[in-house]
Design a protein around this ligand. Structure first.
Ligand SMILES: [Zn+2]
Length: 215
């Protein structure tokens, strides 16, 4: 009922074209550029990157990260699920964000994405991959610094990991964070990891602009 009332007074509006009805409409999703470039080396058994990080999608991801648009994050998760071919994964796991940045924001965008993907695929969701220490925001660092920054940052808690995991994150640049996450999972036990990422830039190893570095 509250959802209906909310929609009555604050109807969903497309982040791309402004049309009412959805937070990112099907027409705008249809115009997103599929990612067709190479995947980063990170120890994954399968890697899916849905779109190029640009335009409306880039702006939507930044709105989820920095403008508290968590419902838009859920919509992005549905879109990611629709553009991912499910293998025989058994559990969906997010790459947990920095605790400090998550507590400032009030939510973890990777968790929202992964929950939406798990719901869409009717798979269980798990947060057993835990970030053990704070790391500097990767956007400010060079490629080498990124690997040093996240090495050993994660741990798999709660026993042996399931045989096949779908590991979800919003953006991938050099793959350093994903590689650190997969290392932590493999340290806990053998596991095939299908990495599923919403977007990657076309020049991910180049100098990246610092995006709203306040968080
Ligand atoms: Zn639209």
């Amino acid at each position: 009922m509250w959802e209906r009332l909310w929609q009555l007074f604050f109807p969903d509006k497309c982040h791309g074209c402004g049309r009412f009805g959805m937070l990112l409409c099907d027409a705008c999703v249809g115009r997103l550029m599929p990612y067709g470039e190479e995947m980063p080396e990170c120890g994954a058994s399968k890697f899916t990157i849905a779109f190029v990080y640009e335009g409306v999608l880039r702006s939507a991801i930044l709105a989820v990260k920095y403008a508290r648009q968590h419902r838009l994050g859920h919509r992005l998760g549905q879109i990611l699920a629709a553009h991912t071919c499910l293998g025989d994964e058994v559990v969906v796991v997010p790459i947990a964000g920095s605790t400090q940045r998550v507590s400032k924001r009030g939510y973890d965008q990777a968790v929202i994405l992964a929950q939406a993907v798990a719901t869409a695929w009717q798979l269980p969701f798990s947060q057993q991959l835990v970030r053990m220490r704070e790391t500097t925001a990767q956007a400010k660092l060079t490629r080498v610094q990124r690997h040093q920054n996240v090495a050993g940052a994660f741990v798999w808690q709660g026993g042996t990991p399931p045989a096949r995991i779908m590991l979800v994150d919003d953006i991938c640049t050099t793959g350093a964070t994903i590689a650190a996450a997969i290392t932590a999972i493999h340290q806990a036990g053998p596991c095939q990891v299908h990495v599923v990422v919403l977007a990657r830039g076309l020049k991910p190893d180049g100098d990246l602009p610092v995006e709203t570095p306040s968080l």
